[in-house]
Design a binder for this molecule. Structure first.
Ligand code: GLU
Length: 547
């Protein structure tokens, strides 16, 4: 046994396994050539961030397109930041949005798959065996610097060395001898394990990121901690161990990891492991008073993936919006293939731009309106009811008590060549259709905007309602409306009207607006004929009388 091996034994007397053992235990996945294995690896630190969902969408496409596997892992090594149930929330968020995994961590349902455990806190022994191995080959060493007291000392020394130009990026523990280490251990001093870096930050190497393309990056020169004094690894070692043993081929992760990429690569090289492919995703941002900034976990409603559920966006609208953020040609594809399955879209990581995309509510709304416009009235009913049962009990009750009526309302202007695209989310429904679901008295109908005597308005609407024929079709109805307009001195020929408007109370459009506003409180609604048909005789009369 050489000194390094002796040190490894002293540090990890209870670890009897080696990386070799785990390489055999978790054999290579049996997949076809070119199949990609991707993973989503949230840390359970709070709500599930939209950026996580965005990455998961990319992961899912990459795996699905290549016939590979998309799995989930829970990265719960930072116990200080852990929030109870956050892992489950992340799993459920992916499930809710249909960005489903095939393997791995499943929240409160446990886990499934051959490469587990998929929860990092259950893998301590595996990480320790990798750390022990690295010590045994002389590429890692124990660091006994206790955090608080030594940090200041290290910082001070580094500053001095920086000034003198003699800064070397490792700590004094690097030079400890076997017997010094033994003494420290005997004294019961806690230790972390650091990588013995062989890199030179003055040198660069070329690395090809799947999104950023080929770039020169500086070699790592830091003796990064790979195992903390509690025996739990920070991200770098856990990433190497898990992504290697679980067979990941492409790591899709946030841009913030790019700066530590060189240290991760040095670590892979130190173990003699093949490097993985990386796609560092740009960060979803927003415009704040004209300035572009990252979406903030604390301030911005769009940061929480649950917000869209609460507002009642259909799940596929949210997911399709995220696809447009990644591949900007998606919208054109969707317009040309409205009924195609999402996963049929020719997604490519190489089409992801490296600029941070801006979260654009208007775009999300557009996508959502298009999706909702394709739903049948029955689908609108079922989906909005499911939403309302969670977030608007009043509206849920109205829907449940009046199912057929509600479906007839949702069907207005729907099964036509160009259905209206007014609804972006279920939250909009109660106010959009207030005149169909609420009492007339609550509508705050503003007749003043019609610029006409109220008595005259009332006359017109009463006449309209009293002669409304529920057996008439739309053409017959319109003919009748024109007759009434003439009767009340509105001009139904616009050219004629323009010659001398003073001769009339208004044109046909104005006549219709009067009826529309008086009955619904709105100047713009779907088809008035269908609205009246749905409201029914009694309600029309009530409304006419209430004017
Ligand atoms: N737990 C890390 C995070 O939430 C995962 C990074 C990765 O995907 O490798 O940022």
């Amino acid at each position: 046994m050489n000194d390094n091996q002796k040190i490894a034994e002293l540090l990890f007397p209870n670890i009897t396994t080696t990386p070799e053992y785990y390489y055999k235990k978790y054999p290579k996945r049996y997949l076809k050539d070119g199949a990609e294995v991707t993973r989503i690896a949230p840390s359970p630190t709070g709500f599930y961030h939209i950026g996580g969902l965005y990455q998961a969408v990319i992961d899912k496409f990459v795996a699905a397109k290549s016939g590979g596997v998309f799995y989930m892992r829970l990265e719960d090594t930072d116990q200080k930041r852990e929030i109870a149930d956050a892992g489950n929330i992340a799993y459920e968020a992916l499930r809710y949005y249909g960005v489903t995994t095939q393997e791995g961590y499943m929240g409160s349902l446990g886990e499934s798959g051959e490469y587990g455990p998929y929860i990092q806190s259950h893998r301590a022994e595996i990480y320790q065996s990798f750390a022990k191995y690295l010590v045994s080959i002389g590429r890692a060493y124990p660091c006994f610097c206790t955090k608080a007291e030594d940090k200041a000392e290290i910082l001070e020394r580094r500053e001095k060395e920086l000034e003198e130009g003699t800064l070397i990026m490792h700590d004094k523990c690097r030079e400890l001898t076997l017997s010094e280490i033994e003494d420290n251990l005997k004294a019961g001093k806690p230790f972390a394990i650091r990588l013995k870096s062989m890199g030179d930050p003055d040198k660069t190497f070329t690395f090809r990121d799947e999104i950023k393309g080929e770039r020169e990056i500086r070699e790592n020169g830091k003796d990064i901690v790979i195992l903390k004094s509690d025996g739990i690894p920070p991200y770098c070692l856990a990433h190497l161990v898990d992504d290697t043993l679980m067979g990941t081929t492409t790591v899709v992760r946030g841009e913030e990891w790019y700066q530590s990429l060189a240290s991760h690569i040095e670590l892979f090289d130190a173990f003699g492991l093949p490097r993985l492919k990386y796609a560092h995703t740009p960060v979803i941002s927003k415009l704040d008073n004209g300035n572009k900034r990252k979406i903030s976990k604390r301030k911005d409603v769009e940061a929480d993936s649950r917000s869209f559920r609460i507002m009642g966006y259909p799940k596929e609208a949210v997911v399709e919006y995220l696809v447009t953020l990644a591949n900007s040609d998606f919208e054109d594809w969707r317009a040309a293939n409205p009924d195609a399955k999402l996963l049929d879209f020719p997604f490519s990581v190489s089409k992801i731009g490296s600029n941070n995309p801006i979260f654009d509510w208007a775009k999300l709304n557009d996508i959502s309106k298009n999706i909702i416009a394709r739903y049948s009235a029955e689908e609108i009913y079922n989906k909005s009811l499911a939403w309302a049962k969670e977030y608007n009990m009043d509206f849920a009750k109205k829907l449940e008590d009046n199912k057929e009526y509600a479906i007839s309302v949702f069907n207005i202007d729907r099964e036509i060549a160009k259905p209206r695209k007014d609804i972006a989310k279920w939250e909009d429904l109660p106010s959009y259709y207030d005149y169909m679901f609420n009492e007339y008295a609550t509508l705050n109908v503003d007749l003043a905007q019609l610029d006409m005597n109220v008595l005259d308005i009332r006359n017109i609407v009463e006449d309209y309602v009293n002669t409304f024929d529920f057996g008439a079709d739309k053409d017959q109805w319109f003919a009748r409306v024109k007759e009434l307009a003439v009767k009340h001195n509105f001009c139904i020929d616009n050219k004629l009207y323009k010659v001398d408007p003073t001769k009339y109370n208004g044109n046909l459009a104005k006549f219709c607006t009067i009826i529309r506003v008086a009955l619904t409180g709105k100047t713009n609604t779907p088809d008035l004929y269908s609205i009246c048909m749905s409201l029914g005789k009694r309600e029309l009369k009530n409304r006419a009388q209430a004017i």
